[in-house]
Write a protein that binds this ligand. Structure first.
Ligand code: C2O
Ligand code: CU
Ligand code: CU
Length: 461
């Protein structure tokens, strides 16, 4: 199913390097692109779209081209799982869910559950890709703690395009430990999928692949241009995902107010941490509390990306009473992995497509990892960073970062499945595969790097 020969690889790769892909439109040179009309002088903003939340169980997911309202009377052709962004799926720890994917795209696809600890047939790797018109059935037990994961396509050499053109959604896992914290929920819990985008002359999303990674000139939050969100006087819980193909965000609030970080990729942290800025690489997640108690009716506050200088999301006070919440000093217990101090294996990320000198091959297994054993993996980026390094099949704990930024940040504590590596940085993690044996992936989540081959198959035995 969907296997490709070497000749095809090269053709596709050349295509990735040179093409500008619109949906159903002739390719346009990136140089002749009309910048999307921005309304710099008129500060009118669009209501933040909040994707529908639905149970993951018995979910029929149709991947197809559609048209999405992106705010301000503008619409765009997108590729979507029903909507852009896709519905937020929810399930409880211990539950078994079955999900069916139907491919109504004109190219192969497969859905990967990023951060979910599932077995190989359910993991949605490129080997499982299905052709147009085909369906794929998933069934898996939720065998992990509460977390904000996400789902997106993973077909080889098409992941960047399909994610960029709209296919991504959140996947929230709940459990009793999280329930007991009585965190803000309902309208006070909001998923934020933050990404950048490029548009063609017709206002449609346009994928412009580049070996450095895709960099768009416009931010979108939940598929909304210039979004605004009304907030009551109280605490909100934001489940934030960097859904960009390649862009790193450094988020913070316009008034420099502190945000309370309570969790990340793998769920709750042991203790909260108050921060004014947080660096978020592609595929990384944050569980953030923001207190709007002091925001008067009509007053505004902006969530910003301090790296690009973009305004990401405006908050406007309603003046109404919201959810009063005191963050407890202890959120969870994270048992530190007990593992070797010597490096078990190392991975060098080189250029845009190489891990330890090799580029991805569908059928090549690069290494074997013993089930249930804690190993120390060392990631080193020589050039072409940042590389957000992601592992399927297990979460890890970050032990150290040497070179470059030279430290492990608060948002990198606890359990992670993706870690940001800048050029010349070395990061050590402890990892244990104790859920499933089988074939999994290690790759760079800069999706253009991934599509060009910065990805490796390994086997848990
Ligand atoms: Cu989010 Cu292998 O990917
Ligand atoms: Cu993943
Ligand atoms: Cu990379």
């Amino acid at each position: 199913m969907g296997k490709k020969g070497a000749g095809n690889h090269i053709t596709r790769r050349e295509f990735i390097k040179s093409a500008a892909i619109g949906i159903g439109l002739a390719a346009t040179s990136p140089l002749t692109l009309a910048a999307p009309k921005t309304k710099r002088t008129r500060p009118s903003r669009n209501k933040l779209k909040i994707p529908k939340t639905i149970s993951a169980n018995n979910h029929l997911m149709v991947a197809s081209p559609t048209i999405s309202d992106i705010g301000g009377g503008r619409s765009s052709k997108v590729l979507a799982y029903k909507s852009f962004p896709a519905p937020t799926l929810t399930a409880r720890s211990g539950e078994t869910v079955s999900i069916k994917l139907r491919n109504k795209l004109q190219q192969e696809t497969i859905t990967h559950w990023h951060g979910m600890m599932v077995d190989t047939p359910n993991d949605g790797g490129p080997q499982e890709a299905i052709l147009p018109g085909e369906s794929y059935g998933y069934q898996f037990e939720i065998n992990q703690r509460a977390a904000f994961n996400w789902y997106h396509p993973h077909p080889h050499m098409l992941t960047g395009e399909q994610v960029n053109l709209g296919m991504a959604g959140g996947f929230i896992i709940r459990d009793a430990e999280e329930d007991a914290l009585q965190l803000p929920t309902g309208k006070y819990e909001i998923p934020l999928i933050i990404r950048d985008a490029a548009f063609d002359g017709h206002g449609n999303l346009m994928y412009v692949p580049d070996p450095q990674g895709f960099f768009g000139n416009t931010p979108l939050v939940n598929g909304t241009l210039s979004p605004t969100q009304a907030v009551d006087r109280g605490v909100y819980r934001f489940r934030a995902l960097n859904g960009a193909n390649a862009r790193v965000f450094r988020i913070g609030l316009s008034n420099n107010q502190q945000m309370t970080l309570i969790g990340n990729d793998g769920g709750l942290l042991a203790q909260p941490s108050n921060l004014t800025t947080i660096t978020l690489g592609p595929a990384e997640r944050l569980d953030l509390l923001i207190d709007f108690t002091a925001l008067n009716a009509g007053a505004t506050l902006m969530l910003r990306d301090f790296d690009s200088g973009w305004d990401l999301l405006e908050f406007v006070g309603t003046g109404l009473n919201g959810y009063a919440y005191q963050t407890p000093p202890n959120l969870s217990v994270i048992d530190p992995l007990d593992g070797p101090t010597d490096v078990t294996r190392n991975f060098e990320f080189f250029g845009h497509n190489l891990i330890n000198g090799q580029s991805f091959e569908m059928d090549r297994i690069d290494f074997q990892v013993p089930f249930g054993v804690v190993e120390r993996w060392q990631f080193y980026a020589f050039t072409a960073g940042p590389h957000p390094i992601h592992v399927h099949g297990a979460s890890f704990q970050v032990m150290s970062r040497q070179g470059g930024r030279n430290r492990v940040f608060d948002w990198e504590r606890g359990w992670k499945d993706t870690i940001l590596l800048q050029s010349q940085e070395t990061v050590d993690v402890l990892i244990r595969f104790d859920r499933h044996r089988g074939r999994f992936l290690l790759h760079c989540h800069n999706l253009e790097h991934e599509d060009m081959g910065m990805m490796s198959n390994f086997e848990v035995v």
